[in-house]
Ligand binder design. Sequence first.
Ligand code: ZN
Length: 278
Amino acid sequence: MDKRIISAALTGNWGKKSNNPAIPMTPEEIAASAVEAYEAGAAIVHIHMRNEQMLPTMDVELFRKTVRLIREKCDIIINITSSGDHTGEHIGSDDIRCAPFEILKPEMGSFDCGTMNWMHNSIFSNHPRFLEKLGAVMIESGVKPELEIFDAGMIGTTLYYMKKGLIKSPPHYQFVLGCPGGMDATVDNLVFLKNLLPEGATWSATGIGRGHIPIMMASLAMGGHIRVGLEDNIYYEPGVLATSNAQLVARAATLMRSVGMEPATPNEAREILSLPQR
Ligand code: ZN
């Protein structure tokens, strides 16, 4: 059976309830959404936290509570963001961004190999000093980095950190295409990026907005894994809001099954990603 991993990105930093009321915000909502995504076929859940004003936060206690609530219900792989703070000049201090990995030791965490202009309105800051610290913390804490790639140069940076021993092999990449400031969500770009990856790498892709479905189908055709969820797309189809993360996961699972593929279970995903079984 051709097993592919569905990763569900539930909340992100930017969407508000006023954009789509289905975006989960509290630990209870995020955990419930994670469990529904698992039941619909997701093997990985990528999580961000929000404070009471719905602003992004790296508050370890909110992550701790959410992880506990998810773990009470299912064994889905938990991937915590390293870029979910609104305090400070850009997106939080290095220590704040590393804390959930040091303290909670999730199976995976996002690792963004470069700084970029973000959506024409801010800077997504990933200073080399931060990346060196994050790499060391993730190795010490047994966290597998999900190497998020918004632009081709970021792949070269991952190779540099692999050589320095700050990212372990085999690496796992997550292409996030279609964010203003990064590469467009086109199949040509996906093919180009995939051909830059080192031997033995696993990879997944998501397209923001219009590119969502083409990138999903191309990733499956090219042997990759996929990410869906309200962090990336609040619409199910043009003009129609998605009703839940599970709805987006279910469409991906249906698409896979219609062409002879099967969504990987969390333990099958652990095998694909060289993570210890649970
Ligand atoms: Zn994220």
